[in-house]
Design a protein around this ligand. Sequence first.
Ligand code: SIN
Length: 325
Amino acid sequence: MFFGFLLWPSTTQTLPYDDEQQALDEQITIKISHVVAQNTPKGLAAQHFANLVEQKSNGHIDVQVFANAVLYNDETELAALQHNDVQMIMPTVSKMTTEVPAWAVLDIPYLFHDAQHVERFFTSEEAQQLLAMSSVDNVIPRAFWANGFKHFLSELPITKIDDFQQQYVRIMDSHILKEQFTLLDATPITLAFQDIFSNAKAQTYTIQENTFSNIASKNIDGFQPYVTVSAHGLLSYVVLINEDFYTQLPPDVQQIIDEALHETTAWHFAQSAQLNKQAYATLQQRAEISTLSDIEKRRFQQRMAPIYEAYANTHYKQIIDTFAQ
Ligand code: SIN
């Protein structure tokens, strides 16, 4: 028998013994909920993981991926995970920094130099230690994934950092992101991902930061047509699994999940870069694209001094810096 017993309480059924029911009894379902489109770095990585698990288990583990916040959104997905209504989610690290303050280090502007720097750190033993800093109830953090670098999207062109003055900027719920825009004399507004389109349309905010893939897949450039390439911050994810669910799985099932996660983490870096490249090409057709000049980047970094000072000597900031070499 491939798996010892059925572990998924909500589908447990008491059936009379019947050979033909064996497969039903052995089936394990993993529901994954996320908030972005399928054709995005997170959407494709979640699906890749699902395919690997199904292949490795010969179909005995059924992984169902629910995209676009159809099941749960930014505000509800963590509680749904803790209650085992879904078994896995992969929120942005920024949105988890209230629960796990140590992870805020990943929100520091211009922390990562390039995609290779991100990959070197995210696949390191030290990243595993940072991951383990979570003590969120009934949740095991399993991997960091990266979408890519964030850039600015705006209703009016941004050519210098003074252009942020008195503007409303949509942010994810993170104190560093809040401080980043406050330091630019703008007003940060925390909005869940599912609300950014309607609020861009309603002009509740006029600037946001996001990756090319999230901007293009949400069609927000229809309202905010100016893209300023800045690569000033990383949009990263943390893959979370329900602890009770995972720890009660037989070792062979855990091993399949672990292997599939490991392989997906290794696979997704190139995939994310490719999707953001494609999204950039799409935006070239639809939006006005410019690049933040080196002088303005330096001015931006100078303005972020209070954030750098607060984090300069923190353990993980120093470790991440060492991976830049
Ligand atoms: C995501 O990529 O999961 C959403 C990012 C955002 O809220 O901007």
